[in-house]
Every structure is written in C-alpha cells, then in structure tokens.
Design a protein around this ligand. Structure first.
Ligand code: AMP
Length: 517
C-alpha cells in the first residue's frame, strides 16, 4: 500500500468535490486532479523515461502544480525530492547532485538560477513549471503523455526525500517511506485533529516542508487544499481567505502565529471558519500562545517532529490547550505534549541509557514514522539510528505523565563556569520585555568561564529596549549566572529558508565582534 491510492480513492468517492483551490477559487475537482495526475505520471514514465525509484526534484513555490507533481510521482512509483523555494541556487545544485535527481521541476523564476548553478549535474533535466493561469511552455510537456494506471508499489518504498534544513553543515536527505507518511497520517487524525471531507488545509507555509506533509492526511480525508494567491504567508490574506473556506486548518511556525496575531487585521477578524492552527517546528514562547488563544480562541494544536520523523514525535491537542484548570497546566502548555500514536519517546544519557522522569537528556524516538535512513549516507544513518532509536539531537525532560518539555538542541546549550544554561529559558524571559520583538541567545567562548551568554535582540523600535531594563527582567526571573553578559541589537536575526534562526551564524558574529574589540 502506498500513498498513490489516496487520490484515486478520494476521486472515486467524490469526483465533483473540490480538490484544489487557489485563493477563494476552485482550481480543480478530485476527478480533474486525478485525471491530470495520471497523465503527468504517464509523461514522467513514458516521455521522460523515468523508471520506478528515480528521483524527481521540486524547486517550486506553493501552487497546485506542486501537489499534482507530488501525487504523480507516487502514482508512477517515482521519488519526489521537494526543496524549499527559498534555497540558494548552490543549495539546489547540492541537493540535485546528492539525490541524483533525473528531473527538476522548477518555478519559472527559479529555473534560470538553478540552470546557472547546475550546469554540470549529469542527467538532470530542468523543467519550468508555472503557476495557475500562466502555463510555461515546458509545463505543457508534462501533460503531453498518456495516462497510466497507478503503480503498485510497496509500503517501504521511498515516498519523499526530505532534505533537512541544515542549520549546520550540509543538508542530509531523510528517506521517508510510504509507511512513514501513512503512520504520520494516522497519527494526525488520532492525536492532532479530526479532518472532515468538508474541511480544508491552507498552505501558507512551504509545501516542501510541514505544510506539504500535512497535505497527505487532508488528501486521505478527501478535504480541499487551498493555496494562497501570494504563494506564501501573508496574515491579511489568511484572514481574507478564512471568510471563504470553512473548516480551515493551517500549519504555522511559531513566528507565523506571532505575526498573525500582531497583524492589525487580526483585531476584527472573524475566526469562525478557522478550525485549527497546528504550530511546531520551533519553540513557541508562553506569552505568544496565551495571546494567540486569547485572541483566536481554542484553535491551536502543537506538534513536535523533525524531518527524520515527519511531524510525528509528540502532540499537544486543542483539548489539552483548553484544560486551563489542570493543576499542571502551565507546565503542560510549555511542553510539546505526549508521544503520538505508534511512537515511543525516551530520554537518554550519553550512553543511551534511559534517565528517570524529570531528568534531562537527549530525546530518542522509535516507531513507524521514523525514517528508514539518510540517502547515500550510511555513517550518518548508523549514528543517528543506533540501537534502533532515532537520536533527535534535542534535549528534553519527560514528566511522570509522559509530557515532553524540550530544552534546546544539544549543540546550542551554553556551558558557563561548568553550569549548563539553556538559551531557550533566557529567550523566554527576554520575550517578557515589551520592547523585544525577537531575540536569540548563544554562547561565546570565554577564557575564564568556557562560554559566556550573549543575547541578540531585535527591538520593536529604536530605543525600545534599554540594556538596563533587559537586565532587570533577567534578574527578576533568572539566576544571575544565566543573564546575558552582552546585548547585541540587530535589525533582524539571520534565518534559513524555513525561518529557523541560524545560531551558528550568530556564534560566528559574536566571536568576530569579540576579536575585533
Ligand atoms: P526540521 O527537521 O527542519 O523540521 O527541524 C526539526 C527540529 O525543530 C527539531 O529537532 C526541534 O529542534 C525543532 N522543533 C520541531 N518542533 C518543535 C516544537 N514543537 N517545539 C520546539 N522545537 C521544535
């Protein structure tokens, strides 16, 4: 059983039901989508001569074509390699070469840049695929073949090569099988939220990542997939679209949730059609989720996952968000919830031995959603999956009830004077200061202490956050040794294409500033 069955199944049940929409308008029904997908699959196999297992890269902005090509790959037994449209041409070239992609479907704006960097990648054909209403000449080629029947693949075949965001070093390609993504799909409806056929998912976040992964459970439910006309996240557009489409869910990084509720349109938005905002992918600060719930109500669910166990390690449901009178509510709201169905989570020490509840260690994960390994990287696969457990690189604590609280990535922990300082704890406190828009805390090498704490702060406006008042907030909430020894005010924090803060870059900057002092 593979994911290829999902679309024909939805099309058989409701051929005239809407499958894809762009903004407020329906782009295709399930019957139309299934027909196009079978034809694209036929083209990929026939005209382009791709054999089962061949990799097809997608360097595409969010759009209906992204989903059609994804489904066509499954239909034809090919392996999609979705890449974030915001990557640098050199990063595209690296992934194309590393995955051995035979075809790269690219948005027209990206095709030229990729061609410039990827000229020397053998056997990789580049195809420009435009957005709706503006078919690129070559896109018509995709529909030039004959439709084919669904390929009967195996559950353990690769369904998605997920290149990690690579906040350090080269990205690695997590091989996600059909079985992995079907396990994610079942866990979604058990642990995250229900999906009715009348519901829809809005792809406001990159479809190459979480939003695209969550296309799968919505496809399984026969729900509508809505792509914003902007192709990305625009809070005003989200509030506009929620008026047109009922039962709307979208996946959002915590920074998107913050931008959504801080947007002026939020004040008079009618959230009745908004079913669920699933957030995850990075830490959500306590103040932000409380403000979001106060404004938009009980519409939030959290997930913790990583490319290696897509969207599926733990979840904190809407019902759990609403249990405000639970004696441990505050601690639970600061957690990432409990292990999702079919997933085992344990906390281990440096020797992979399980530590008691309440103690800190690395988060290890086992279960059906966990990747089969990294593409063409047996050493990293063996290291990361040693003993049959996925080593997430995240540090966390499990409480006696099974709620997991993440502290930090192990490489981000600051060790100062022999004591561990968790940047997230300091960031959470700095966020309490009304003048702080965003902040990131890192460690900088220090001759006496090993490392010292440095905070990068994006103030709401010039003069908004004076050092003395930032220090006062830290002293009021933190042990003295944890407070930043230096504040660096910046206009923006460096982020990768997925919006994750590049702490490696901040560490480099802090070390350079010190050496030039
Ligand atoms: P990626 O593989 O790019 O999706 O990144 C996964 C990493 O993002 C995880 O290993 C965590 O460090 C972080 N992450 C994911 N979900 C959460 C969450 N709900 N809260 C805090 N950090 C998260």
């Amino acid at each position: 059983m593979t994911l290829a069955r999902l679309l024909p199944r939805a099309a058989a049940a409701g051929p005239d039901r809407p499958a894809l929409a762009v903004g407020p308008r329906v782009h295709s029904t399930f019957g139309q989508m299934a027909a196009r997908v079978a034809t694209i699959a036929g083209t990929l196999r026939g005209r382009f001569g791709l054999d089962p297992g061949a990799r097809v890269a997608l360097a595409m902005a969010n759009g209906p074509a992204f989903l059609e090509i994804l489904c066509a790959c499954w239909h034809a037994g090919l392996v999609p390699v979705p890449m974030n449209a915001k990557l640098h041409p050199r990063e595209f070239a690296y992934i194309l070469g590393h995955s051995g992609a035979r075809l790269c479907c690219a948005s027209p704006g990206l095709a030229a840049a990729i061609a410039g960097e990827s000229g020397d990648i053998p056997d990789c054909r580049l195809l420009a695929v435009a957005g709706p209403g503006e078919p690129a000449a070559e896109e018509r080629d995709l529909l030039a073949g004959e439709p084919i029947a669904t390929m009967e693949g195996r559950a353990d075949d690769a369904a998605w090569l997920f290149y990690t965001s690579g906040t350090t070093g080269r990205p690695k390609g997590a091989v996600l099988s059909h079985r992995n993504l079907l396990a994610m799909t079942r866990a979604y409806t058990t642990d995250v939220d229900s999906i009715a056929a009348d519901d829809c998912i809005l792809h406001a976040a990159p479809m190459s990542h979480g939003s695209g992964l969550y296309a799968v459970p919505h496809l399984a439910a026969g729900a509508l997939q809505v792509i914003p006309e902007s192709g990305g996240f625009d809070p005003a557009e989200v509030f506009e679209l929620v008026r047109f489409h009922a039962g709307m869910t979208f996946f959002a990084a915590p920074t998107m949730v913050k931008r959504l509720i801080e947007h002026p349109a939020c004040a008079d938005a009618d959230p009745r059609n908004l079913k669920t905002v699933v957030y995850g992918g990075g830490p959500m600060y306590g103040g932000d989720i409380k403000r979001a719930m106060a404004r938009l109500g009980n519409r939030f669910a959290q997930i913790y996952g990583q490319g290696e166990s897509p969207m599926t390690i733990t979840a904190f449901s809407k019902a759990e968000h609403a249990m405000t009178d639970h004696p441990r509510y505050a601690a639970r709201l600061a957690s990432v919830g409990r292990a999702q169905t079919g997933v085992a989570v344990r906390i281990a020490d440096a020797d992979d031995q399980t530590v008691p509840a309440g103690e800190l260690g690395e988060v290890l994960v086992r279960g059906e959603p966990v990747m089969t390994g990294y593409w063409n990287n047996p050493e990293a696969s063996a290291r990361t999956l040693r003993g049959g457990w996925l080593h997430t690189g995240d540090l966390g604590v499990l409480d006696a009830d099974g709620y997991l609280t993440l502290k930090d990535r192990s490489k981000d922990v600051i060790i100062s004077g022999g004591a561990n300082i968790y940047p997230r704890e300091v960031e959470e406190v700095l966020q309490l200061h009304p003048g702080v828009r965003e902040c990131a805390v890192i460690g900088r090498p220090h001759a006496d202490w090993g490392e010292e704490v440095v905070a990068f702060v994006v103030p709401r406006h010039a003069e908004a956050a004076a050092i003395e008042s930032l220090d006062a907030v830290c002293l009021a909430h933190l042990a003295r040794f944890k407070r930043p020894r230096q504040y660096v005010f910046v206009a923006a924090l460096p982020k990768n294409a997925y919006g994750k803060i590049l702490k490696t870059e901040l560490r480099r900057k802090a070390a350079k500033d010190r050496s030039s002092e």
